[in-house]
Design a protein around this ligand. Structure first.
Ligand SMILES: CC(C)(COP(=O)(O)OP(=O)(O)OC[C@H]1O[C@@H](n2cnc3c(N)ncnc32)[C@H](O)[C@@H]1OP(=O)(O)O)[C@@H](O)C(=O)NCCC(=O)NCCS
Length: 348
């Protein structure tokens, strides 16, 4: 098959205006602002309204990315949503979003690899463009983690927030996808999972003990922490190797924003100056598959990321899963949306 180049033509971001600050958690669980800042680096998270689902907060980010790319929804050949918090187990949130963008007949699908969703989605969407299947693809990392967070569990509730990042990928003469490395280890799902709602523990099963609490994220924080650093470093080195590059060639690392200590340890292991790492965890907490494109949008919008620079996107998360993509930046704009979309009439 003939090969084509791919570039990111525009970036969008949207975070809902509701805020949960560290001090707010002091009223919910036995914690302190000081503990949260020292152990995670987080200060605030944006939280969707009760009536908002993932597609509702994805819409303004999608429109922002299209505007930044100078495109209309009709220019899209495909819509891909990376999410661990879809509107429903099915249909795919991408189908709902495509419809909200006014598209009928356009292919749309979700990618579900928890917090690694954006790097997996970017690899898949870029492959669709590079192989010539599609010319223009909208990819989002979109999450409403507040909907599956147990606000009585101090070991998880302080960590997660809601938000969306979006990119428009398009065919290009220059190929900006320089390399990737993806991996999983599914031998122990209990390291990080949502116990109820799938076919193992259906939410409708009669008499299922603890079904209500099983509807929330469960995690073994310390084992995830260790794996996160090891695998983000290994994936980054492998992806750079595939690209024929070394850590010294990296202008910006954009890591998944799960814990500032994980980011610091990763940056240190790669021997990168911390200024070359995009960090916004203090404002959003862990937004799973949205964290990387949200950070990208901010670093492009404020001018840190410039034409020709080498960027590494690195993630890890439930699966367990991990991955890194090496990308050459090619002069795209970013737009941060501030207005929420009108919420769709509930259909179910
Ligand atoms: C969750 C995490 C922040 C906990 O930090 P930690 O330094 O590992 O803390 P520990 O789990 O060792 O807990 C230390 C103590 O703090 C307590 N603690 C946990 N959360 C707390 C909170 N919010 N406030 C106060 N104390 C808390 C624990 O109960 C424990 O108390 P104990 O010593 O009396 O048993 C950290 O392990 C982490 O970030 N892990 C990775 C998680 C992750 O990235 N998940 C998403 C992947 S995409």
């Amino acid at each position: 098959m003939k090969g084509y180049g791919v570039t990111i033509a525009g970036v969008g971001q949207y975070a809902p205006p509701g805020i949960l600050a560290n001090k707010d958690f002091e009223k919910l669980v036995d914690t302190t602002d000081e503990w949260i800042v020292q152990r995670t680096g987080m200060k605030r998270r944006h939280i969707a309204a009760d009536h908002e689902a993932t597609s509702d907060i994805a819409l303004p980010a999608a429109r922002a990315a299209l505007e930044a790319a100078g495109k209309l929804p009709a220019d899209l050949d495909c819509v891909v949503v990376a999410t661990a918090t879809p509107d429903y187990p099915f249909p795919a949130t991408a189908c709902i979003l495509a419809s909200r963008l006014g598209l009928v007949g356009t292919p749309a699908f979700d990618v579900q690899v928890a917090c690694s969703g954006f790097v997996y989605g970017l690899t898949a969407a870029a492959a669709l463009v590079r192989s010539g299947v599609y010319k223009t693809v909208l990819l989002l990392g979109a999450e409403t983690l507040s909907k599956i967070t147990d606000y009585t569990d101090r070991t998880t509730c302080v960590l997660f927030g809601d938000g969306v990042g979006a990119v428009v990928l398009e065919r290009s003469d220059a190929d900006c996808f320089l390399g990737c490395n993806l991996g999983t280890d599914g031998s122990d799902v209990s390291a990080l999972y949502l116990p109820v709602g799938g076919s193992r523990n259906p939410s409708g099963r009669k008499g299922m003990a603890g079904a209500d609490r099983g509807a929330f994220i469960r995690m073994q924080g310390q084992s995830v922490f260790k794996l996160a650093v090891q695998q983000m470093v290994a994936a980054t080195l492998s992806a750079l190797d595939q690209a024929g590059l070394a850590p010294a060639d990296v202008d910006f690392l954009i890591p998944h924003q799960a814990n500032l200590r994980i980011i610091d340890a990763t940056v240190k292991a790669l021997k990168l100056p911390v200024e070359r790492c995009v960090i916004n965890i203090q404002e959003y907490g862990n937004t799973s598959s949205a964290s990387i494109p949200m950070a990208l949008a901010e670093a492009v919008a404020d001018g840190r990321i410039k034409d020709g620079q080498v960027i590494v996107f690195a993630a890890f998360g439930g699966g367990l899963s991990w991955g890194a993509v090496v990308w050459r930046w090619k002069g795209a704009r970013a737009r941060i949306a501030t207005q929420p979309a009108a919420v769709a009439k509930a259909t179910a």
